[in-house]
Design a protein around this ligand. Sequence first.
Ligand code: GDP
Length: 182
Amino acid sequence: MAYRADEDYDYLFKVVVIGDSGVGKTNLLSRFSRNEFSTESKSTIGVEFATRTICVDDKLVKAQIWDTAGQERYRAITSAYYRGAAGALIVYDVTRHITFENVERWLKELKNHTDQNIVIMLVGNKADLRHIRSVPLEDAQAFAQREKAFFVETSALESMNVDNAFTEVLTQIYHVVSKKML
Ligand code: GDP
């Protein structure tokens, strides 16, 4: 059997995670990359990223996932953050309607800075907080459909659909990229 080192991969894709402060971006990232969750809202400043390699169609796809790390608080996300992104997760909090209303603004900013082929996933996080939900599933589904984005509800706390969200984005990017190479 052929030996493959950890650092070995066939594709490297940059994925950015955006959305209002406090919606759970950092925890989605840490859940996917390290299977960790934190109840603290850390205000790390500066850009951070995490990586994880998954297998798609027998190919090793390495995801380099960027976290705004608090920059969104100051509306100070630079174009360098978006540069070269092949996919994006736009996250809102299902319990805070304003974070869903702001998705439109995030989408606009994303489109202004990225290639038109970018794969976009709308993510309604904190789905575990069922009793205080304020964004109906159907509203988000309809919005995603209109914008030709994928959509999923997640819980970083309960580890629900987090792997699915990232894996789906990476798989779709892989399809876009492999189609381009034909
Ligand atoms: P960010 O500012 O978007 O990066 O958000 P964080 O990841 O720092 O999370 C903000 C707060 O929401 C923290 O207190 C987290 O513990 C909490 N949180 C994040 N994801 C979830 C979730 O899926 N469910 C619940 N109940 N809380 C969450």
